[in-house]
Design a protein around this ligand. Structure first.
Ligand code: ZN
Length: 198
């Protein structure tokens, strides 16, 4: 039944296609936007367009940034010889929120998953190996504790070991199957402090 006309349906459909947004939430957002002042809607659409057009991968760690380097990589006070490898920028943000890790990161943008047809060449592993040619003391693998995260950690450890660089994995304080981004800071720090050599 076409209650409100095509334009609202189209808006609801677009919102529904976003992650975590069901039909009801999409409807609520659509009606909210219809009721917003037009200049606020313009601000919102501009913000979306600007972010999409200007944000790209950090040249060093591959997280999202609108500069050449992200603020972490650009910070000379951070210890650039310790690299924490994470699956995505959200996991990096989770560790940054703890404020206690003073190394740098490497964002893989995924995990190796034979089931989903994602191989080592589909994530940012080659870029990690390039970085390891520099002055690196330790690689801390902070992929999630699930099948793909474990497989990816093992793969990376096998790649890094021949270089003589220390490889460790965050401890099992992080629950199996739990995504880092939803885990509290105390648990994240405990997992980091208790990291074990691979
Ligand atoms: Zn960076």
């Amino acid at each position: 039944m076409d209650l409100y006309g095509n334009q609202i349906d189209k808006l609801v459909e677009e919102f529904s296609s976003l992650p975590g947004i069901g039909h009801k939430s999409a409807q609520r957002l659509a009606f909210h936007i219809i009721n917003m002042p037009k200049d606020k809607v313009k601000e919102l659409t501009n913000a979306i367009e600007d972010a999409r057009n200007n944000v790209h991968y950090c040249k060093e760690c591959n997280t999202f940034t609108d500069g050449e380097l992200c603020p972490v990589c650009a910070d000379k006070k951070r210890d650039h010889s310790i690299i924490m490898v994470v699956e995505n920028p959200r996991d990096m943000a989770a560790y940054e929120r703890t404020g206690k890790f003073d190394g740098v990161y490497h964002v893989l943008h995924g995990t190796i998953s034979p089931m989903l047809g994602v191989g080592p060449e589909d994530i940012k592993l080659r870029e990690l190996m390039v970085r390891l040619a520099g002055d690196i003391k330790e690689v801390i693998i902070a992929t999630n504790k699930n099948l793909e995260g474990d497989a990816t950690a093992t793969y990376i450890s096998k790649l890094v070991k021949p270089t003589g660089i220390k490889v460790s994995r965050i401890a099992s304080g992080v629950p199996v199957g739990g995504n880092l981004e939803y885990i509290d800071e105390v648990t994240l720090l405990r997992a980091l402090d208790g990291r074990i050599d691979m």
